[in-house]
Design a protein around this ligand. Sequence first.
Ligand code: SF4
Length: 432
Amino acid sequence: MPSVDTTIQLIQIHEQPGHTPASTCSSALADAPWNFDATPTYGPGASLEDPIPSTAPRQPGLPSEYRNASPAELDLRIRAAKAALREKLVILGHFYQRDEVIQYADFVGDSFQLANAARTRPNAEAIVFCGVHFMAETADMLSRPDQAVILPNLAAGCSMADMADLDSVTDCWEQLDEILGQELTPDGRQQVIPVTYMNSSAALKAFCGERGGVVCTSSNAAQVLTWAFERGQRVLFFPDQHLGRNTAKAMGIPLDLMPVWNPNLPLGGNTPEALRSARVLLWHGYCSVHKRFTVEQIAYARQRHPGVHVIVHPECPMPVVDAADSAGSTDFIVKAIAAAPAGSTFAIGTEINLVQRLASQYPQHTIFCLDSIICPCSTMYRIHPGYLAWVLEALERGEILNRISVPESIAVPARLALETMLKLSPRPQTPA
Ligand code: SF4
């Protein structure tokens, strides 16, 4: 199976018209992710230029025995630890995780599927989440208190989730209160319902739970918005403006009723009138990986592969979603490819690890990434087999490293928002 490590080496060669060398990725992350754990940026990759908040968790150094171990040695050590821990351990791997790590996962899926999958292993005392920080928080809130959720590298955050913090969302809420008031509408609905994407901190999920709001995923965003409009005149949607805009537009909401809230500007950069007439207030956040996809890339794919089916994730900008043949969550993309007749051609606009894995799993199709200058999610990429071996061998010794533990004061209201979402769209887990 091809590895993204190889792909990162290749991006220097396979440049695409319209890209400058500055838009390529560096292979430094593939060589030694631990070199970036303490840096103030997300490191080489698609989120390189996004500022990292000073409060984001940092990973203390990885012991040299893991940094210096060969891939073969790490493989032996991980397999030995897994065999020793048996049913006391469950390893979850996100779709976007590198193959060198995914090979050890008991379940592979999106963040929501994985949080649910953990519930199906009642004997597991440790849940090792090979994803990013907000996913591990969600798994902790949905698992039993005696189950330890472990993130192998604490520097595996999410640049999009970090674009909305509790202080700035609370400040936005207070400004909206001043403009809109707190009175219910004549038909008994709230002025604003807060909706947070799963890709957000537990504190923001709790914020929603405390204010009659809800969590959504890219699979159920339309159902969640429908639910929210039954209870409120407007929705404050954070942190991903693109998922919010693409979903609301598909529901028929005009773009001029979807102002963007920039947390660095008074009233988010809007007039009071625009806020009063708004139906969806979109937080100024985005995914660095998905914003790389462009309409030009789609035109290029169609020119080179007549008949290609272009399928993109709804975290892509609206013009890209509009130009694609279809758009949907990672689960939607996986299912669309599984159901296609042999000989289909797909150009996919989502993270490269998933695209490569699909290309390997379905050799009867032609599957390629829309963006030929491939940047992986640099934070997801922080989970190297060295970190996995480190936390697993510690577990074998009875030591829990990198436990992600959400305080009950946050977990209780956050679960309210999560449980509301669960009731709206119960979904099955995906075994690896
Ligand atoms: S792909 Fe984007 S949204 Fe997903 S974890 Fe990476 S930065 Fe966050």
